[in-house]
Design a protein around this ligand. Structure first.
Ligand SMILES: Cc1cc2nc3c(=O)[nH]c(=O)nc-3n(C[C@H](O)[C@H](O)[C@H](O)COP(=O)(O)OP(=O)(O)OC[C@H]3O[C@@H](n4cnc5c(N)ncnc54)[C@H](O)[C@@H]3O)c2cc1C
Length: 420
């Protein structure tokens, strides 16, 4: 039976980042993925991933420290955004954030998810570790005793001092470990697609709170034959399920018209749209992230409303905290599977994740309620925050993932002039 220090289950953005960080730190790593790794980037330029992420500065730093950022830059498919414009359709409330106010060149980047995973998978291709593709865990020793023994679908068995569940929202590892969650459906599904608009996107992330959901237009970088084109946006439109599904069924021209109207023509007319996808939204938070010899990271530990684009940013902060915790334990000669060590990671991350989830939940409820008093309150509140720079500064710093004490992997690399 092969033996490893760490077996990471799931090679998405979070699991692949963790694998890079732990291999760099000298751990013997196994990576188990039910699909396959996708290092190649030979997709046609006009083909895009409908799923995109607004990456914070802390996430950018982590990807720089893992040497995945230059690969993403080479793919020329990342779009810096230097402003955020948020407004309430049912009133006068609005909030504007700019990079200039923060004395920064930009607030973050919008990147297609597959670009991020592909870059990480390329970086992994240059490292020494054991990869199990098209592989799933069918069984795991349930006693909280390290090392844990994992049985793969092929019948092969491996053992690891530490098993990491990085296998997304429906985590099999979380289920096998019997770690309970607190979860509920949001009343909304997210409709996502890429659209073309008649006016340039102005490198701005736009978000409109409407009476039946939230509509975000995120600026995309798309290279057209005649050069970079700043007329493409990724949209995330959270709406009641029936409405999201009805929008999916419209013809392209009907959909473009409905979207132009819902967005109040802020970027002119919506003139084209790609295939539309509808994703159910569910809030989920594991009550514990750790057991002896087992830990959860990313969506396996927490899934959050996409309204502030924080899901993967929180997951990458989990990665930075876990890598640092395990490195320090190793340096001090502690057992990396011990509950004491792993609880240290949980203490660093669970409170922060819970705070962000609670904030998003409050926004979602506040904007989902049409009571006239609440509408007045939130419009007044938005305009009040817009004028009160310390609170606005705090919100901006939360969104950028800066301000708080960050683990080394989330800090600007030493060779780079520090932006945080
Ligand atoms: C509409 C929408 C918009 C979003 N926008 C943003 C945004 O702007 N910014 C942001 O930060 N976040 C955003 N998010 C959240 C973000 O997409 C997730 O937080 C992120 O994808 C989670 O990454 P992960 O690696 O933890 O999980 P996943 O991406 O789910 O990856 C899990 C991996 O594990 C593999 N796997 C699953 N089960 C098994 C198994 N049993 N065995 C082996 N392998 C397995 C999967 O194949 C996959 O590779 C958004 C989410 C939604 C729904």
């Amino acid at each position: 039976m092969s033996q490893f220090d760490v077996a990471i289950v799931g090679a998405g953005m979070v699991g692949a980042s963790l694998a890079c960080g732990l291999i760099d730190a000298g751990f013997k790593v196994a990576l188990i993925e039910s699909g396959e790794l996708s290092p190649s980037q030979d997709w046609p330029p006009e083909q895009v991933d409908a799923r995109v992420s607004a990456l914070s500065l802390a996430s950018e730093n982590l990807l720089k420290n893992l040497e995945a950022w230059p690969v993403i830059e080479n793919m020329a498919r990342l779009q810096a955004y230097s402003a955020m414009h948020v407004w309430d359709a049912c009133g006068t409330g609005q909030l504007n954030f700019t990079a200039a106010e923060q004395h920064l060149p930009y607030l973050g980047h919008i990147v297609e998810n597959r670009t991020i995973t592909s870059a990480l998978h390329q970086v992994l291709g240059q490292k020494q570790y054991q990869l199990f593709e098209h592989s799933q865990i069918v069984d795991m020793t349930s006693q909280e005793i390290a090392p844990r023994r994992l049985t793969l679908v092929s019948g092969e068995q491996i053992s690891a001092a530490l098993v990491v569940g990085a296998d997304g929202a429906s985590s099999k590892i979380r289920q096998l470990a019997g770690l309970p969650t607190r979860e509920w459906d949001y009343p909304h599904h997210a409709l996502v697609t890429r659209v073309k608009v008649s006016k340039p996107h102005q490198n701005t992330a736009w978000q409109r709170f409407t009476e039946d959901g939230i509509l975000a237009f995120l600026p995309l970088s798309t290279a057209a034959e005649e050069g970079p084109d700043n007329h493409y946006c990724s949209i995330v439109w959270s709406r009641p399920k029936a409405q999201a599904e009805a929008m999916q069924q419209l013809t392209e021209s009907e959909f473009c018209l409905a979207l132009s109207q819902a967005f109040e023509g802020q970027l002119g007319a919506v003139i084209a749209s790609d295939q539309r996808h509808v994703i159910p939204l569910r809030q989920r938070h594991a009550k514990r992230y750790v057991q002896s010899g087992l830990v959860l990271v990313g969506d396996a530990a927490h899934t959050i409303h996409p309204l502030a684009g924080q899901g993967v940013n929180l997951g990458l902060l989990d990665v930075a905290a876990l890598v640092e915790t395990l490195k320090q334990a190793q340096q001090k000669g502690y057992d990396i599977s011990s509950l004491g060590v792993l609880e240290n990671y949980q203490a660093q991350r669970r409170g922060d994740n819970l705070r962000m989830m609670t904030l998003m939940e409050s926004f979602s409820r506040l904007f989902g309620n049409q009571h006239p008093m609440l509408s007045l309150l939130r419009n007044t509140g938005m305009n009040w925050v817009q004028k009160l720079s310390p609170i606005k500064q705090h919100l901006a710093q939360q969104a950028m993932g800066v301000g708080a004490h960050l683990p080394p992997l989330s800090q600007a690399p030493k060779s780079v002039k520090n932006t945080l």
